[in-house]
Design a protein around this ligand. Sequence first.
Ligand SMILES: NC(=O)c1ccc[n+]([C@@H]2O[C@H](COP(=O)([O-])OP(=O)(O)OC[C@H]3O[C@@H](n4cnc5c(N)ncnc54)[C@H](OP(=O)(O)O)[C@@H]3O)[C@@H](O)[C@H]2O)c1
Length: 253
Amino acid sequence: MMNDNWDLKGKKALVTGGTKGIGLAICQMFLEKGAEVFMVSRTLTDLESLIKKHNNLYGISIDVSQKDAPEKIIKALPSHWQSLEILVNNVGTNIRKATLDYSEEEYDFLMQTNLASCFRLTKECHSLLKSSGGASVVNISSVAGINHIKTGSIYGMTKAAINQFSKNLAVEWAKDNIRVNAVAPWYINTPLAQTAFKKRGYLDAVLERTPLGRIGEPKEIAALVTFLCMDVAGFITGQCIAADGGFSVNSFN
Ligand SMILES: NC(=O)c1ccc[n+]([C@@H]2O[C@H](COP(=O)([O-])OP(=O)(O)OC[C@H]3O[C@@H](n4cnc5c(N)ncnc54)[C@H](OP(=O)(O)O)[C@@H]3O)[C@@H](O)[C@H]2O)c1
């Protein structure tokens, strides 16, 4: 019988990039809703200070763009985790440039960090996800994967690929009772977004094109991700859901 409670009690969640911004808000909401959480990020001191503050929170300091990261992450999971109910691929970064100005190194860096890391870790988690008997994978995409926005083409390419990856996997892994969805935010108040707002006039231009007239808060993305990971969302798979203040439906204003 379906658990129709709006909680994550008894679930074990792996979240990449959990120490700041959207990832941190997701981890906090997961903990509030009763999940155990394992977070991954590079800065050890950030991880340690968060783990100290919360019961049921674990983590590892690792760069997810490294090829052997998935294997190391799985090995570091708590020994009592014999299955995984939730995987959130949240790490993503950007270098904003005109397409003609990108170097090969920058292309590889963004592809490995934003896309290959998600592909590899998700594959590596398959047997643990399947063992849970009902799992949810959420990939953090962007409205830049749906339309052109001024992020640079490589970021847009990685996010569009994440959307399609989510659709393919939703169909392939449905037989294993693993749901796969993508969430596409527009600007959210995080350290990553603050770098874009340093450019004078940029925030005003963003607000002008956003029907709700503001940027989003990390917990507004966390709320959608948390819902997608609950059993009550059990019929939703293969979707890319925008949380964007109406930006992506606003063609002309
Ligand atoms: N903020 C927005 O406006 C916005 C809009 C659309 C989509 N998104 C997407 O949302 C996701 C989160 O963005 P955010 O704004 O919250 O980012 P953020 O503020 O830069 O936080 C990124 C998190 O990921 C970790 N991280 C970064 N690179 C990593 C790596 N290679 N290996 C392991 N951990 C890594 C960071 O910790 P360390 O630095 O310690 O590793 C941090 O915990 C990204 O996929 C982004 O593309 C954001």
